[in-house]
Design a protein around this ligand. Structure first.
Ligand code: GDP
Ligand code: CA
Length: 313
């Protein structure tokens, strides 16, 4: 079994490659829920949904999130009432949010509602929210505001200077059912190329998850989301400096520290390998092409294999 710590699009692109190399049913993704928000009374889980849409082959190809062949009739009608429209909600996408919200109101935990969604989309990778409890990534800005992650990221386009990042509600949160087992039972654990601050750290902030990774027998392999000092997409470069990390592959590896047993970085960053303390492999990591994603997955498994004896290759 392979367990992947996952944010949104970067992780989804990796999982698409990984499932070309190993059967999808052997893959579990532990997914960030710090980005989740409530809009119009609906529970929206951007990272869970991005991964679902990618693995189901229904993601919007240019946008890389949301649904292909999408319409925005409902959003247009809501604007009529003066509702702010900074968070895009397509009509097809709304179907998922409506179902999920209905089930949550009936008392079904998010992990079970997520399993219903993935089953309906015929996604065989097991997607586990890091926690079923309500947590929320909050951004404090240098100008003294306290924003929900999506207000900072989407509404304000990551423009404000960041003073701090925290996962509100983390202290009382418990890992969702299956999360600790997926970490303990894994043969390989991969930290996907996701935003280290607001996707991976927010998973690690759920009490018990970091400890479980420390005790896991499987090697933990990180993939750098930073290539040549830049992000492939998104604004992760705005958040790393805010937590004192260098915006580079070596900076991400140093930030993860002793969580990692191995690291995979992009070819353009080859000269950083000797600054990374764990065994490091250098390969093409820009996953626009699913074949590249599959090759990257193979590199991760091979590195894990070199670090242990009994993992699938
Ligand atoms: P979200 O989609 O906004 O939730 O973002 P993620 O948590 O997936 O993180 C975005 C990060 O993924 C950014 O730092 C990107 O540089 C990185 N990323 C996206 N696609 C790729 C890729 O193909 N290769 C690598 N190495 N990183 C990627
Ligand atoms: Ca995200």
């Amino acid at each position: 079994m392979i367990t992947v710590l996952a944010g949104g699009v970067g992780a989804a692109r990796f999982l698409r490659g990984l499932t070309r190399v190993v059967p999808a049913a052997q893959v579990t993704a532990v997914v960030n829920v710090g980005d989740d928000l409530e809009r119009f009374g609906l529970r929206i889980c951007p990272d869970l949904d991005s991964i679902t849409y990618w693995l189901a082959g229904v993601v919007h190809p240019e946008q890389q999130w949301g649904r292909a062949d999408e319409r925005h009739v409902v959003a247009g009608e809501l604007e009529r009432f003066g509702h702010e429209s900074w968070f895009t909600l397509g009509d097809r996408d709304l179907g998922v949010h409506l179902h999920r919200t209905m089930r949550l109101r009936e008392g079904v935990p998010l992990s079970a509602a997520t399993a219903e969604v993935t089953r309906a989309f015929e996604v065989e990778v097991q997607l586990l929210p890091a926690t079923d409890d309500t947590v929320e990534t909050r951004i404090t800005t240098v100008d003294g505001r306290d924003l929900h992650f999506q207000e900072y990221w989407v509404r304000e386009r990551a423009a404000p200077e960041v003073a701090g990042v925290r996962l509100a509600g983390a202290e009382a949160a418990r890992p969702a059912p299956g999360v600790l087992e997926a970490i303990a039972d894994a043969e390989v654990i991969v930290v996907a190329p996701s935003n280290p601050v607001v996707s991976i750290d927010t998973i690690l902030a759920v009490p018990g998850i970091r400890e479980a990774l420390g005790h896991a027998t499987a090697p933990v392999i990180g993939i750098s989301p930073i290539i040549g000092g830049k992000v492939v997409r998104g604004m992760a470069h705005r958040l790393l400096p805010a937590i004192g990390a260098e915006v580079s592959a070596a900076g991400v590896a140093a930030h993860y520290g002793d969580l990692l047993d191995g690291m995979v970085i992009d070819t353009v960053d080859a000269d950083q390998a000797d600054r990374i303390e764990v065994p490091t492999r250098v390969t093409d990591t820009v996953m626009d092409d699913p074949d590249v994603a599959a090759a990257l997955a193979r590199t991760c498994l091979a590195l894990a294999g070199d670090l242990t004896s009994d993992v699938p290759r």
